[in-house]
Ligand binder design. Structure first.
Ligand code: SF4
Length: 183
């Protein structure tokens, strides 16, 4: 981590970043946003269309589910830091390539080092697999996991719950557990 790192410095480095080809197709970088009263980081896979248009994370349909579910559990969206492992949108929302993740992860690592979260919530298989080596989140979700002195909590990506009531129920139960942990 650069000396005296700040969120503003990280945002600026991301804004100027041309380390992978996604810089040529993005409209905006999406570094992440939020506050840190709850000491909770929530990490998804990559920005989608609406996020690319606005430069803000989780503002589409999946983001609405995430925000509503947090709100139902008395977690204010501005009290948590929300971001993705990839800071620019992959074209047509394709999954990020492994080299894109390998290059971009440096910004997430800086954000984690700087914010020192009490717990990191990972949304979905891609991010859980990449950061924790989890093959399927079905057996690992909804409980605290430990790696490299950090605590993680894995659940489904809210996008997976949009047309699946069963997954939505599980997602809501998981976020409730996470909220109880943060009390
Ligand atoms: S995805 Fe990450 S590494 Fe690639 S250009 Fe954007 S900020 Fe840089």
């Amino acid at each position: 981590m650069p000396e005296n790192d700040t969120l503003d410095k990280i945002d600026l480095d991301i804004k100027n970043c041309t380390l992978c080809l996604l810089c040529s197709t993005r409209k905006h970088t999406v570094p992440g946003e939020g506050g840190f009263l709850k000491k909770l980081m929530i990490i998804g896979e990559a920005p989608g269309y609406h996020e690319d248009q606005s430069g803000r994370p989780f503002i589409g349909a999946a983001g609405k589910i995430l925000r509503n579910t947090l709100s139902k559990n008395d977690i204010k969206i501005n009290d948590v830091f929300i971001t993705n492992i990839i800071k620019c949108r992959p074209p047509n929302n394709r999954p990020p390539f492994i080299n894109e993740k390998k290059i971009c992860i440096q910004y997430l690592e800086r954000q984690i080092l700087l914010l020192q979260p009490k717990i990191i919530c990972l949304l979905g298989n891609v991010v859980s697999s990449y950061l924790l080596g989890i093959k399927s989140i079905t057996n690992e979700r909804g409980r605290i996991l430990h790696k490299n002195e950090l605590k993680y909590f894995v659940t489904y990506h809210p996008a997976a719950t949009i047309y699946n009531r069963n997954l939505l129920n599980i997602f809501e139960q998981d976020i409730k557990k996470l909220a109880e942990y943060l009390l």
